[in-house]
Design a protein around this ligand. Structure first.
Ligand SMILES: Cc1cc2nc3c(=O)[nH]c(=O)nc-3n(C[C@H](O)[C@H](O)[C@H](O)COP(=O)(O)OP(=O)(O)OC[C@H]3O[C@@H](n4cnc5c(N)ncnc54)[C@H](O)[C@@H]3O)c2cc1C
Length: 360
């Protein structure tokens, strides 16, 4: 096209969440054209659920998400804490639905998709969304979930179980994440924060035993299965010469593994920079102080995982639903940060701090 030759080129390696989320926003960058390079040797893409709390940056995902809940719980052997929010409910969106939507809008905005290697990579606005390098022995969030259907109504369809620690803790921090789509259908996920992935049979057995113990249900139909590994902690850019975006651009929140909202925040900030005539750059969506707090938390979860139920239940008891959602979405001011700090068990955080300070 004649009018296109003056456009500034952007090229992104990868066609995952961050690349397509950005591609869907190209209507906001009329002076730029975007090429998505579909990476070589990428593993097959699999559908899964994204969870996040309502936030202004998530308007489109919220419109597409079919399920939301105003209540969520944290459960330990000793207690059940229920948090509620009418203004910041928890939403779940299927990956494929978001990706199909973004791809459609991107194509309407003239974004091209080419195989990696078919164009030269020497341009100024080149970004990489392939997964970052993960340091050896890093803490991983690894999980396997099954969407199950049971005959008798047993799930509380009003409340998401964010963390239920009433499962085997012998391998490290381990909890069940349960999304009740109805009273008879739920995604039940066995999730661990440890440096080693486990055999798939471990997560499946955990789910079976959990459903039997908590809901007294021994037979269920498995409708879908999802699994994943999210690296936690400080990650290095995949290629030191190509700036990153999404997980490869520091978007994964180290202490929680939540990334979807942070990817959208990162993209919104980058577009706002361009609108202010600044160069296109994708910056970390996290504040330095929050990254440092996560570092101490991860040290504790790695070395003293038996404290995890106390840490998360105390946070649940101290914050109200809105504050909890804000904290996990990275919308934190000093008042809220201090509230979280003062809710934590002092002795173990002092040990975590010493371990961080002397780096052992
Ligand atoms: C199963 C699962 C569930 C998750 N659930 C949540 C959630 O509920 N809430 C939340 O906030 N976050 C969640 N996350 C974390 C985060 O939102 C996602 O990982 C998100 O997809 C990251 O986007 P991205 O664009 O950085 O990476 P991706 O979407 O993974 O895209 C990476 C790109 O690199 C390519 N690629 C991958 N591996 C290779 C390779 N070896 N070589 C070459 N190319 C490669 C892929 O094909 C893709 O093009 C979840 C992650 C997983 C895996």
């Amino acid at each position: 096209m004649w009018g296109d030759w003056f456009l500034k080129d952007i090229s992104i390696i990868g066609d995952g969440c961050a690349a397509l989320s950005f591609a869907s926003k190209m209507g906001s960058l009329p002076d730029y054209s975007l090429t998505i390079q579909i990476p070589k040797n990428a593993p097959k893409k699999r559908d899964h659920c994204w969870g996040f709390w309502r936030h202004p940056v998530l308007e489109e995902p919220i419109e597409l998400s079919k399920n939301s809940w105003g209540k969520w719980s944290i459960i330990t052997d000793k207690e059940t804490i229920i948090l509620e929010s009418t203004t910041k409910p928890y939403h779940v969106l299927k990956r494929n639905e978001w990706m199909d939507y973004c791809q459609k809008v991107a194509l309407e905005n003239g974004v091209s998709f080419v195989p990696q290697g078919s164009i030269e990579n020497n341009q100024k606005n080149l970004f990489d969304t392939r997964p970052p390098s993960v340091p050896k022995n890093a803490l991983l969030q690894h999980f396997l979930g099954q969407t199950i259907r049971v005959e008798e109504r047993c799930f509380d369809s009003t409340t998401v179980t964010l963390m239920d620690f009433r499962v085997d803790q012998s391998n490290g921090m381990h909890f069940i994440y349960l999304i009740p789509f109805s009273e008879t259908e739920a995604l039940v996920e066995s999730t661990l924060f440890t440096p080693e992935k486990l055999d798939e049979s471990f997560y499946r057995d955990t789910i079976k035993r959990y459903v039997e113990k908590i809901y007294n249900v021994s037979k269920f139909e498995i409708i879908e299965e999802e699994s994943g590994v999210i690296p936690m902690g400080k990650l290095s850019q995949r290629d030191p010469l190509i700036p990153g975006l999404g997980g490869n651009g520091g978007a994964i929140r180290p202490g929680s593994g939540y990334a979807f909202i942070f990817i959208q925040k990162q993209i919104r900030e980058a577009i706002q920079r361009v609108e202010q005539n600044k160069p296109l750059r994708f910056r970390s969506p996290h504040k330095k102080i929050d990254l440092w707090m996560d570092k101490i938390l991860l040290l504790i979860l790695k070395h003293w995982p038996s404290h995890a139920p106390t840490i998360f239940s105390r946070m649940g008891k101290r914050l109200n639903g809105d504050q909890f959602a804000r904290f996990l979405s990275g919308d934190v001011d000093w008042k809220l940060r201090l509230k979280v700090i003062f809710s934590m068990p002092k002795l173990i955080f002092a040990r975590g701090f010493v371990k961080w300070a002397i780096k052992i």
